[in-house]
Design a protein around this ligand. Structure first.
Ligand code: AHR
Length: 506
């Protein structure tokens, strides 16, 4: 057997708080995410709460969904919010040109989305339209959502059934402005973004956290232009009034944009390529952070990775514009790799949204008529709830440990993250190796040895394994017996291709 890997966890050196918003989600008017996913309508035979699927709400509450980004994505830049308020049967229709060229009936609009967020107990993250919208639309939408008392938009909201304003925390300005959001240069977008943010006002007590749409993957130049143009920089000690964060997007696939690879049929080489590409997110985060540090060393401006996840060829026989894909144990491990990188950058990364919550891309949930399928990725989110708003603990590798070369890089095959909150230490560990188990010995330094109060493992015989309506629990967490105290060290026996979550009392 391979020798044990060793690491020290400094229990007495708590680092930055891992915001629960790093475990955020994204729901776009795309394929079967909103319609059929979240929204079935009040007359549906599927159990619903005012048209919203009850089982979806329950499943997402179980993973403590912290925020939900809506209505896009590319869709956001052709969405005119006024089309989605008022009596449903009178709402104008439109063509969803990005996603399947299908007709959108606007039955799911602002009131439905805000009701969904209330049911989920999640913060709404509204994505405003810069590509084809006006500054007035942005201004009116924010007023409609958040202004109390008597004003044109507050009256209109009340006429549509909601007297009290909602609380809206996150407001995004634009989406992929370099592409589907207008084909703009960073300079052009900055000018528009300044205008939109100016009129996305704080009404009453509501204080918006404005997020400027950022670049793609490692486009650090875009980030630099936004830092210069949208945040005030070193001379101003207060956080920028206009923007509180800048975003970027980063997807994972084993192939190319033309042929991304299959979600379920992949070779061992494609498996490793995928994990190697997922590992890139840590380097890309570090690149954006370096640029931001140059302009904002106090880290007042946040970074938001508001679209990430695997993107595969669509399931055979489904509409290519609907981005419907299965989700295997490999996807779950991709999520684990991301979370490790997110924790490492918790002092700058304030928000992240996996794409997308139901039936689209790397989803948490798949719906099949009445049936609801929890994906392996869902389970990694569930097993990581202990990290929400917990203080990160340093994990110092004593020996660098196992690495695997793939896609021109070295992938470290064992990941360990630790955090502490309310007297509980949460440790998550992943073994990416699909064929060999791994042993990790952890020295929990600087604190009393904890009693293991919870231990789960997610694994399966084959990384291609996934859940279906006929086999709901093929990949599901089970109690983990492989954690033992051994001579003062916490020894973890990690099966091949596995994710483990432990809770210890401090
Ligand atoms: O998540 C699917 C699409 O990916 C989004 O609409 C867009 O922002 C990105 O290109």
């Amino acid at each position: 057997p391979a020798p044990a890997l060793t690491a020290v966890v400094d229990i007495d050196v708590p680092g930055p708080t891992i915001s629960r918003h790093l475990y955020g989600h994204f729901a776009e008017h795309l394929g079967r995410c909103i319609y059929d996913g979240f929204w079935v309508g009040e007359d549906s035979e599927i159990e619903n709460i005012g048209g919203i699927r009850a089982d979806v709400v329950e499943a997402l509450r179980s993973i403590a969904i912290p925020n939900l980004r809506w209505p896009g994505g590319c869709f956001a830049d052709e969405y005119h919010w006024t089309d989605g308020v008022g009596p449903r049967d009178e709402r104008p229709r439109m063509v969803n040109t990005h996603w399947g060229d299908v007709e959108e009936n606007n039955h799911f609009g602002t009131h439905e989305f805000m009701a969904l967020c209330e049911l989920l107990d999640a913060e709404p993250y509204i994505s405003g339209n810069v590509g084809s919208g006006t500054v007035k639309e942005t201004s009116d939408w924010v007023e409609y959502l958040t202004r109390a008392g008597d004003s044109p938009m507050a009256r209109r909201r009340a006429e549509n059934g909601r007297r009290e304003p909602w609380s809206v925390k996150f407001f995004g300005v634009g989406n992929e402005p370099w592409g589907c959001g207008g084909n703009l240069t960073a300079q052009q977008f900055s000018t528009l973004a300044r205008q939109h943010a100016t009129y996305a006002r704080n009404h009453g007590e509501n204080s918006l956290y404005r997020i400027a749409a950022g670049g793609s993957e490692d486009d650090y130049v875009w980030t630099e232009v936004l830092m210069k143009q949208l945040t005030r920089g070193l001379q101003d000690p207060s956080p920028s009034d206009l923007y509180q964060a800048i975003s970027f997007h980063c997807y994972t696939m084993s192939g190319s944009w033309m042929d991304k690879g299959s979600a379920t049929e992949f070779s061992e080489e494609e498996y490793w390529t995928t994990l190697a590409r997922a590992e890139r997110v840590g380097e890309i985060l570090a690149g954006h952070v370096a640029v931001m540090d140059a302009y904002d060393p106090a880290k007042k401006v946040g970074l938001a990775l508001d679209e990430w996840g695997t993107w595969w060829n669509v399931e055979p026989g489904t509409n290519p514009g609907f981005l419907h894909q299965q989700n295997t144990l490999r996807d779950a491990l991709v999520a684990a790799v991301h979370f490790d990188a997110f924790h490492a950058h918790a002092d700058r990364l304030r928000l992240a949204n996996i794409a997308q919550t139901v039936n689209v891309l790397q989803s948490m949930l798949l719906t099949d008529g009445r049936r609801l399928i929890l994906t392996p990725t869902y389970h990694v989110f569930a097993m990581s709830v202990g990290h929400h708003d917990a203080r990160r603990l340093p994990v110092n590798p004593v020996r660098a440990g196992a690495v695997h070369e793939a896609d021109g890089r070295e992938v470290s095959t064992v990941k360990v993250s630790a955090s502490t909150k309310d007297g509980t230490v949460t440790i998550t560990a992943a073994n990416l190796d699909p064929t060999s188990s791994a042993v990790v010995e952890l020295h929990l330094r600087g604190g009393d040895s904890g009693v293991i109060t919870g231990a789960q493992v997610l694994t399966s015989a084959d990384p291609r394994d996934h859940n279906t309506a006929e086999d709901l629990d093929r990949v599901a967490p089970v109690p983990f017996e492989g954690a033992v105290w051994d001579g003062g060290l916490l020894r973890l026996d990690l099966p091949a291709a596995s994710f483990v979550s432990l809770q210890l009392s401090a």
